[in-house]
Design a protein around this ligand. Structure first.
Ligand code: FAQ
Length: 312
């Protein structure tokens, strides 16, 4: 009886666009759904530092290096807000990291692809951050308060990232034949993985039904993917990049029709068989182990401060 009343109040709040806050009653399924999605989102931000971190020491100018360093640091910051927001649901950071290392938690499939040239920095910023923004602008209206507020800040930073990526691509497209080729090849490497970021087609997305009912997700995978395609194709054409899809066409309604994604590739990467899955987790686990002394030092410092405050 008590539970059904709680459930009624919970759904009424969702329907009235009132945010659910950490201390509010919520059904366990809602809590678990959020823990999964938010922690996977956090892991994606942090694992996403790897393909770009790879280029910090090899950036072509001091300006480019400063910008890339700031961007990679921002992604780490996004991971931190999202881990903190997830912790408000009663799960510890240690547990979340353990699930990642054990392969129980996913992260965005796109980060399992390599970044062999400087142009990949352009393609990642423009396309991967571009896709992330489309998804995250929608998530600003998600029903869980801490997630929604984290998204507002993250989106502001992601727009800088998207622009710095597009600037790199535009600069290369004004350069030598070799630079243009480099930009085109990076575009071809990241186009399809970026479209995959939005997840399976709506009919093949088992999580969507609850996510929409609880307003965790506000738009479906396919709707968000289409928004990204419609924004990005004109940007590519403006700087002279060729869309790596022989069948794409502009429809009368201003939207683009494209070929279907290679879903076998998508599921294969998600299962751990992408080009860089093993390397990404190994590097994360090593960095985590190497950082153990920092966590211990921070805890010891806090304990000492607390003791000093108590005895003052
Ligand atoms: N990769 O039923 P659905 C960024 C999984 S942030 C891996 O449709 P849902 C910033 C899905 O988890 C990018 N797995 O699931 C940056 C589920 O498996 P599970 C991250 C995927 O949750 C830029 C199963 O497939 N953004 O890039 C993917 O309703 C540059 C069935 O799927 C977010 O995480 C995928 N692409 O929809 C950083 C946004 N797609 O968990 C550095 C928040 C699906 O049941 C550099 N998340 N799966 O075992 C979301 O919006 C949703 O979770 C979706 C998936 C749309 C990703």
């Amino acid at each position: 009886m008590e539970n059904s009343k709680n459930l009624e109040v919970f759904q009424a709040k969702i329907d009235a666009e009132i945010k659910i806050e950490p201390k509010d009653w919520m059904p366990d399924e809602y809590r678990q759904h959020l823990i999964r999605q938010m922690s996977q989102h956090a892991h994606s931000e942090v694992i996403g530092m790897q393909p770009e971190g790879n280029w910090i020491t090899r950036s072509p100018s001091l300006r480019a290096r400063k910008i890339l360093m700031a961007k990679v640091q921002d992604e780490g910051g996004h991971g931190l807000y999202l881990y903190c927001a997830t912790e408000t649901l009663g799960v510890t950071r240690e547990q979340l990291i353990q699930w990642l290392h054990e392969g129980k938690a996913k992260y965005a499939s796109v980060f399992n692809y390599p970044s062999p040239t400087w142009a990949d920095m352009g393609a990642i910023g423009w396309l991967v951050d571009g896709a992330a923004i489309v998804n995250q602008v929608s998530l600003q209206r998600t029903s869980y308060g801490p997630y929604s507020r984290a998204m507002v800040r993250i989106c502001k930073e992601e727009s800088f990232h998207q622009r710095q990526g597009y600037e790199i691509m535009a600069t290369l497209m004004e350069g030598t034949a070799e630079q243009k080729k480099m930009a085109q090849e990076a575009f071809e490497r990241w186009w399809w993985p970026s479209l995959m970021m939005f997840g399976p087609h709506d009919g093949d997305s088992p999580r969507s039904s609850n996510a929409m009912k609880w307003k965790i997700k506000r738009e479906t995978n396919d709707d968000l993917r289409q928004q990204f395609i419609d924004k990005t194709i004109p940007q590519a054409e403006l700087i002279g990049l060729k869309i790596p899809d022989a069948n794409y066409k502009l429809l009368e309604n201003g939207s683009y029709e494209t070929s279907d994604i290679d879903w076998d590739e998508f599921w294969n990467v998600i299962k751990g068989n992408g080009p860089c899955n093993t390397q990404r987790i190994k590097q994360h686990a090593a960095a985590h182990d190497n950082g153990q002394w920092v966590r211990e030092a921070a805890i010891a410092y806090n304990e000492k401060k607390e003791q000093q405050l108590k005895s003052a």
